[in-house]
Design a protein around this ligand. Structure first.
Ligand code: ADP
Length: 648
């Protein structure tokens, strides 16, 4: 159930020392003399339960629940009710002070009522209550802090799980930056809200209610004057402040975004900027956007400068007036001296919550919009999903058929039109054609990155939409144009598709693609950490790693989007050689940018403007004098390696 507590614990990723080497330092083990200390430290490490929910393509019942703050915190009823009870108790106890003062004045200090005992006891009571309140507040902060951390942890997992579930189109439509901000600023907004916002809001609200009740119980006339004089003015001022500060907040948020955009453009584009002598102009422009941001900040500052002192002023004016009225009441013996003091003590506490409530209200609103944005995200269904009646795809032979397939990324512009094509088990087929013809798109339909708008894609005579995504994709491997290497060792990158691969299998894959020389040369061999997405490796080596990764996944069908960046002749030959071995006996779709690759395929499919225009063996197409023959001749004329002659 738990991991992370011991070295040998089965980590969620292959390679337990993953994180230790993530910073690029070799992991040399723990020195003998430090072992004891390390063990002791580990014993105190909290155990982190592995996510209780294994990943399912379909969201669980809990995950399908509509996202709301109550649904989130409701999962922890004990923390929630505990915190609420304490908030209630603390806000009541907080208001005991003035009442005790009133008692001490009326029964211990007034002429004829002198009593040191009463004063001393009142003092002690005051102290005890203050201490109890402080303890309660500490407990409250502790509970709400724990509640907030747990709730946000759950939410983060939920959002991340949903990201993993969503289909590719979602990530092309949404910018990564926007998605990151959902994970960071929106969730942090909510964390703040659960941790402080709601309890503060409740505390201040309760305080206001309690004090209003106490004021009326102390003296109805004075209380009525207070409510009549102060509340409407403060209310109007607060409303104004709320609107003005909201405007300022939005303004400065938009403007800082512009500043950051301008900054990052200037930094990333510094070469172009310098080359085109744009520095002066850039400075002028940046000064302009910075000026706008400053204005927004000045505005916000001015609003606060009016509201803060303004409300204090209103409070003081009201107190002056109430002192007159209250003093009059005392002289008429309609109010005790102690009650007047208590009243004024409460009055001070009465103004503050109004101001705080307004501020908390803004936080609540921000939290609300964060919830709405996250809800929209969580309610976006994957466009490609398992059907309810999806079944497991058994081991396949590797026959692929496109049946009158039409597809467009948006409904108006079809990118693939009425494609009919059959690929036999074990056959390698090269898609060639101009850039943007739809070659990659065709390939993406096979492993259901997208679903066709019309027609069917069949694998071993089964419509790919009828089987589970998991069982389908486990038998197809994709080598993308730009092989992505994850942070970690070469080994963990290789076993990515099949974490249970044995050492021998990994070694075999490495030898098969001809990377054994490289691995032997590296200081830590397979455990060498790749830096910066493998930037320390050459383009050819990255491709070979991607090929080995695909090979280890033991797919029946391999889809390879060839890298467009030209490799040097040497690497090209190595990669082609590796490719031949990996493809041996497998069905393969090669999106060929180099005609050398195309020439090695069993058959060539020429794609143009979303349609298949020619199909045939390389030999036949070259002689047929069609589109492929023209491409081939142009390529040879441009100095391409004439494979046929070479091979002959
Ligand atoms: P090829 O692989 O032949 O170069 P693609 O299949 O990548 O061509 O692209 C075919 C067409 O679809 C192009 O016009 C391209 O602009 C468009 N396209 C590719 N990917 C997307 C996408 N994710 N969203 C919208 N249009 C896309």
């Amino acid at each position: 159930m738990a991991w992370g507590g011991g070295w040998g614990g089965p980590g969620p990723v292959a390679g337990g020392h993953h994180s230790a080497t993530a910073n690029g330092l070799p992991f040399g083990g723990i020195p003998e003399e430090l072992m004891e200390e390390a063990t002791r430290l580990l014993a105190t490490e909290p155990e982190r339960p592995l996510s209780r929910q294994p990943f399912h393509q379909r969201p669980s019942v809990a995950e399908r629940r509509r996202l709301s703050l109550w649904a989130l915190v409701g999962v922890y009823p004990r923390l929630l009710y505990g915190a609420s009870a304490i908030v209630l108790l603390a806000s009541l106890l907080l208001q005991a002070g003035p009442k005790i003062t009133e008692y001490a004045v009326n029964h211990g200090m007034l002429p004829g009522h002198h009593s040191l005992t009463v004063i001393a006891l009142s003092g002690v009571a005051y102290l005890v209550i203050a201490v109890v309140t402080a303890i309660l507040q500490r407990l409250q902060t502790d509970l709400t802090g724990r509640l907030a951390s747990r709730v946000m942890h759950d939410l983060r997992i939920r959002v991340f799980t949903h990201f993993q579930r969503l289909s590719l189109d979602f990530f092309t439509d949404e910018k990564a930056g926007v998605l990151m901000s959902r994970m960071t600023s929106d969730i942090e907004n909510l964390q703040q809200l659960v941790q402080d916002g709601i309890s503060q809001f409740a505390t201040q609200g309760l305080t206001m209610i309690t004090i209003t009740v106490i004021l009326f119980l102390t003296n109805v006339t004075l209380a009525a004057w207070t409510v009549l004089l102060v509340v409407p003015v403060l209310f109007v001022m607060s409303l104004w402040f709320h609107h003005a500060s909201q405007r300022g907040y939005l303004l400065s948020r938009d403007r800082i975004a512009t500043v950051l955009a301008d900054l990052s453009e200037s930094l990333y584009g510094i070469r172009v900027v310098t080359a085109h002598n744009r520095q002066r102009r850039n400075i002028r422009n940046h000064r302009h956007v910075l000026g706008a941001y400053r204005d927004a900040n000045v505005y916000t500052g001015r609003v606060s400068a009016i509201y803060g002192p303004g409300t204090i002023m209103v409070g003081i004016l009201a107190q002056g007036l109430l002192l007159g009225i209250g003093g009059h009441l005392v002289l008429q013996h309609r109010l005790t001296f102690g009650a007047l003091i208590a009243f004024f003590l409460y009055l001070n506490r009465f103004f503050q919550p109004i101001q705080l409530l307004v501020q908390q209200y803004s936080a609540l609103q921000q939290g609300r919009s964060s919830i709405i944005r996250l809800r929209e995200l969580l309610e976006t269904p994957p466009s490609v999903d398992d059907r309810d009646d999806a079944h497991e795809l058994g081991p396949i032979e590797g026959r692929i058929r496109f049946e009158h397939v039409t597809f467009g990324y948006d409904s108006e512009h079809p990118v693939i039109e009425d494609v009919d094509l059959e690929i036999a088990p074990g056959e390698s087929v090269a898609f060639v054609g101009p850039t943007g013809a739809g070659k990659s798109t065709l390939a993406k339909l096979v492993n259901r990155f997208y679903d066709p708008t019309a027609g069917r894609v069949l694998v071993d005579d089964v419509d790919v939409r009828e089987v589970t995504l998991r069982s389908l994709r486990s038998q197809l491997a994709v080598v993308p144009q730009e092989p992505f290497l994850f942070a970690g060792s070469i080994r963990s990158n290789l076993v990515f598709g099949r974490p249970d691969a044995t050492v021998d299998e990994v070694r075999h894959a490495v030898e098969l693609v001809g990377l054994d020389d490289l691995v032997d040369r590296l200081p830590q061999g397979l455990d060498t950490v790749v830096h910066e997405r493998g930037q320390t490796l050459s383009a050819g080596e990255r491709q070979l790693l991607a090929l080995a990764r695909a090979f280890l996944a033991r797919p029946r069908v391999l889809i390879l989007d060839e890298a467009t960046s030209s490799l040097d002749l040497q690497s090209e030959i190595v990669v082609e050689h590796a490719l031949d071995r990996v493809l041996d006996g497998r069905t393969a779709i090669l999106i060929a940018h180099r005609l050398t690759t195309a020439q090695r395929a069993d058959r060539i499919v020429v794609v143009d403007e979303g349609r298949v225009v020619e199909v045939g063996t390389p030999e036949r197409l070259r002689r047929a004098g069609g589109a492929y023959a023209r491409m081939y001749d142009a390529w040879v004329a441009a100095g391409g390696r004439d494979v046929t002659r070479e091979g002959a």
